[in-house]
Design a protein around this ligand. Structure first.
Ligand code: MCA
Ligand code: AMP
Length: 503
């Protein structure tokens, strides 16, 4: 019985001794060894009573074992729910509760906090540490290295990835087997990936970019990954000469350009550098080409859709654009008020349609209906235009969103917490230019009459509730927020006022 995602990405390699992961310290893992481990994990999770469709919430370090949990979930028909390792227990509690996860996998160092959450949500808790040890692998070791793959179809759910919401509540994007598979197939073809490729993998694996784009393509073509725990400039520079391709957020490329060791010779063996998740400045694109002779290939995607557009592999990679709609994917630009398609060259909201578009938000039919039209077009919340040659350019966002180092941060989530602090009347959180992260978080606070909020105490309070990367890098007190005649806060004016803060 088929399981399209498992069969195509993983099953085809089950007896292959070819190398899959190159790991720090000269270690490596073959496809077979990786899949044997995944089968043991699938056996262990099934023995715990998990059944098809159950969610598995995973907040563990980037490691071959975490990747094997993903494979095991696909093989056993479970829904993989990866979580940013920077999330605080308060944040994790929401995801576990909202998803109704049956199993939580976390690091031993967080066992107490996670146990409280798991108990409250009636979920099981097991540990998996960065070095591959923990209660979960200890349990799995006694299971056979083969597992009868659970039949699934392309419409079945494979993963639940949470994206922050403009209302402050995160939404679980339901991704089917077909969503993931179709995108991996299209990207392998478009970017010419083969079993000869060695991908330098320095992205986290709890987001679409590192998990689905980078990993699924490699699995599909039977290539290898140099699997680094995180983006570390020295390690990337050391490993680059052995790689053929790299995927990254713009911060990766600006950091590389900031290092004199990053030369044409160092990247001579590379055939492809891909950038996405945040806008790549045209200046970075140009500097990169001058330094290395390579033109970065920029593409555009979302958690809800995987990848939508890409600059061409052959043909002109145009700086400042995100290229053409991928084969099988339609992009249209519409008037945000009427939803009508507008002429090429005009700026409107970007809508996409295709086999990549998700199944809706987990148990949020109203939110799904707001963003996913009945004809299948998804309203991305990005603003853009298509030029006469068909290149798509993103010019801004119709959603209040900050992208810092490739991580999405929704101001509303932070404002809700700030507004509860002592002495705070109201707040406005904005993204301002940052040389390393592209954008960074700045919070403007207005005091209640005759009160003086303690900014240091407020900053300290944020650490319990919010992951470090979401915490404002600066808190500013203003007598009032700028508003238009309708009373709406003018964030544009604030962004202009504070544009130079992190310059
Ligand atoms: C780390 N910090 C950050 C960020 N990352 N602060 C703001 N924004 C960030 N992105 C904090 C740390 O907690 C630390 O705080 C301080 O910054 C310095 O840490 P540093 O060591 O410099 O950071 P790093 O570990 O080098 O991380 C920076 C990074 C990383 C390499 C850019 O954030 C990263 O890998 N980003 C990629 C995110 C990604 O994969 N996005 C794809 C999602 P302190 O020192 O104060 O404790 S979007 C997606 O998937 C869509 C579909 C798409 O299109 O791809
Ligand atoms: P996420 O919801 O975390 O998947 O982030 C998706 C958002 O990242 C998109 O809606 C865009 O706003 C942004 N994004 C992704 N790729 C690009 C890109 N190449 N250029 C500009 N913005 C991008």
């Amino acid at each position: 019985m088929p399981n399209p995602l498992f069969d195509t990405l993983f099953g085809q390699h089950s007896t292959s001794d070819a190398e899959f992961l190159q790991l720090p310290g000269g270690r490596s893992l073959s496809y077979k060894a990786f899949l044997d481990r995944a089968a043991q994990y699938a056996g262990a999770m099934t023995s715990m009573g998990l059944v098809v469709g159950d969610r598995v919430a995973v907040q563990t370090a980037k490691s071959p074992e975490t990747l094997a949990v993903y494979a095991a979930c696909v093989q056993a028909g479970l829904v993989f729910l990866p979580l940013n390792t920077a999330y605080t227990p308060a944040e994790v509690a929401y995801f576990v509760e909202n998803s109704g996860a049956r199993l939580v996998l976390g690091d031993e160092s967080r066992r107490d906090a996670l146990a409280t959450i798991a108990d409250r949500c009636n979920a099981k808790l097991e540990t998996l540490n960065a070095d591959g040890a923990g209660s979960f692998p200890s349990l799995a070791v006694s299971f056979p290295a083969s597992f009868e793959t659970v039949p699934r179809s392309e419409g079945d759910l494979a993963a639940l990835l949470y994206t922050s919401g403009t209302t402050g509540r995160s939404k679980g994007a339901m991704l089917s087997q077909g969503n993931l598979l179709s995108n991996a197939q299209v990207l392998r073809q478009e970017w010419r990936f083969t079993s000869q490729d060695i991908l330098l993998h320095a992205l986290p694996i709890f987001h679409t970019h590192g998990l689905f784009v980078a990993t699924n393509i490699t699995l599909l073509c039977g290539g290898q990954m140099i699997f680094l725990p995180k983006f570390d400039l020295d390690e990337v520079i050391t490993e680059l000469p052995r790689a053929t391709a790299m995927m990254g957020v713009p911060t990766f490329y600006t950091r590389l350009l900031g290092d004199k060791r990053f030369t044409k010779e160092l990247s001579a063996h590379m055939r492809l550098f891909v950038s996405g998740s945040a806008p790549l400045l045209a200046d970075t694109h140009i500097q990169f080409e001058e330094r290395t002779g390579h033109r970065i290939l920029e593409r555009y995607g979302m958690t809800e859709t995987n990848m939508n557009t890409s600059n061409p592999y052959e043909g002109e990679r145009r700086a400042g654009t995100v290229g053409f709609p991928l084969p099988g994917i339609e992009v249209k630009i519409t008037d945000p008020k009427t939803g009508q398609t507008i002429p090429n060259g005009d700026i409107g909201q970007i809508e996409v349609h295709g086999p990549n578009v998700f199944q809706g938000y987990w148990q949020m039919p109203d939110k799904t209906a707001e963003e996913l039209r009945t004809d299948g077009f998804f309203i991305t919340g990005d603003l853009g235009m298509v030029d006469e040659d068909g290149y798509v350019t993103i010019v801004g966002r119709n959603k209040d969103l900050i992208i810092s180092g490739g991580y999405n941060i929704y101001p509303k989530e932070i404002e809700l917490i700030l507004d509860e602090q002592d002495g705070v009347l109201e707040s406005a959180v904005i993204g301002v230019p940052h040389p390393d992260f592209g954008e960074s978080v700045l919070a403007v606070i207005v005091a209640k009459p005759d009160q003086e909020p303690d900014l240091d105490a407020i900053a300290a309070n944020m650490t319990a509730s919010l992951a470090r990367f979401k915490q404002p890098q600066q808190l500013v007190l203003l007598p009032e927020l700028p508003r238009n005649t309708m009373g709406k806060v003018q964030k544009k004016a604030l962004r202009e006022q504070f544009a130079g803060t992190f310059a």
